[in-house]
Design a protein. Structure first.
Length: 45
């Protein structure tokens, strides 16, 4: 993410977060400064 606006709290940008793919979904994994860690996204058909 980069150039974010709004109520950002303690987030800093650009934010680089690693992802792990699992089937048709992916999970955001932990990294320094990545506030999205632990979120899982699944494809909707």
């Amino acid at each position: 993410m980069s150039d974010a606006t709004g109520a950002l709290g303690d987030a800093s940008f650009p934010m680089t977060c690693p992802i792990t793919k699992s089937g048709s979904s992916f999970t955001v994994t932990e990294a320094e400064g990545c506030l999205l860690a632990g979120l899982q996204f699944e494809r909707v058909h």
